[in-house]
Ligand binder design. Structure first.
Ligand code: CP
Ligand code: NVA
Length: 309
């Protein structure tokens, strides 16, 4: 069994295997209905327990469909309805019970420490469905989306991020090292990635450039990513932060500095960081991006169950 906690800690060859498996499975489902089970029924009888301590639409639905299409089932727990949430049961005992009833555990949480603690006591795999420091299932699925649209390996493409340094960017940075692609980051001076993240990139020979000018960052980009300036439970002074990012909105003007066929991607939900014109425009592939979450979640689950060939 394998946990799926951060991209940084998973070998590149396993991440590549997950993406390739997702491509193959997606192709095989061309005429399937949403709830049809894949022919090999690989997770028949398996139960995925999901728990969300923060809001979610896509991650919740994509894991629901993923386990169903693999032949298993899921239950979603509300964190505030457990004894753990009310302080009446320890995390260790909760983990032991989850391992007794379920076969895998997907957690979205506001605490990276909690994921680590769960991983110590669970005897089933845990999947990080978004934490303050990373959003690995999102970014791995974005690799599939990019390669599907551009029809080449992401290692041959220039990827750009315009926006806040947050969990999604941290995972994109890790992915840039693991999949060996060039990453330009455009953000205001005070919002650049932390030194320990950049040190890790340097140590691992990553190809990252940081620009305080969005126009420079998008030049030559094949793909531009963005995300909300204010993430879930962001404690920042919101109006100040939004003001700090005012020159980093992805709008038609900024897009005019990028390649004509630049693809725009965004994990959703969106805020003011992108204009509606760009978000709903011809360069945007955000709906395909959202749907691909299902396909990659399936291969992540198979990886966790040690069933990826
Ligand atoms: N992109 C994403 O993770 O969406 P949700 O927060 O709706 O799950
Ligand atoms: N950075 C965002 C991602 C939401 C999917 C957040 O943490 O809220």
């Amino acid at each position: 069994m394998n946990h799926f906690i951060t991209l940084k800690d998973i070998p590149s060859k396993d991440l590549r295997k997950i993406v390739n498996n997702a491509k193959k499975r997606k192709n095989k489902r061309k005429n399937f209905n949403t709830l049809d089970i894949d022919k090999d029924n690989p997770l028949k009888g398996k139960l995925l327990i999901q728990m969300f301590e923060k809001a979610s639409l896509r991650t919740r639905l994509s894991f629901y469909l993923a386990i169903k299409q693999l032949g298993g089932g899921t239950i979603t727990l509300k964190a505030n309805e457990l004894h753990l949430g009310k302080g009446g049961e320890s995390l260790a005992d909760t983990a032991r019970i989850l391992s007794t009833y379920g076969d895998a555990f997907m957690l979205r949480t506001d605490s990276d420490k909690k994921i680590d603690e769960f991983s110590k006591y669970l005897t089933i795999p845990i999947i990080n469905g978004l934490s303050p420091s990373s959003h690995p299932t999102q970014v791995l699925s974005d690799i599939l989306t990019v390669e599907e649209i551009k029809k080449k390996s992401i290692s041959k493409l220039n990827i750009c991020w315009i926006g806040d340094t947050n969990n999604v960017l941290n995972s994109l940075i890790a992915a840039s090292v693991k999949f060996s692609f060039r990453l330009n980051i455009g953000c205001p001076k005070n919002y650049k990635p932390k030194k320990f993240v950049l040190d890790w990139v340097k140590k691992n020979k990553g190809k990252i450039n940081i620009y305080n000018d969005a126009k420079k960052a998008v030049k030559n980009a094949d793909v531009i990513f963005s995300d909300k300036v204010i993430s879930l439970n962001d404690k920042a002074n919101k109006s100040k932060k939004i003001k700090d990012f005012k020159n980093f909105q992805i709008n038609s003007k900024l897009m005019s500095f990028a390649k004509r066929d630049t693809t725009f991607l965004h994990c959703l939900p969106r805020g003011t960081e992108v204009s509606s014109k760009v978000f709903l425009g011809k360069n945007s592939k955000v709906w395909l991006q959202a749907l691909n979450r299902v396909h990659v979640q399936k291969s992540i689950l198979l990886y966790c169950f040690g069933k990826l060939r």
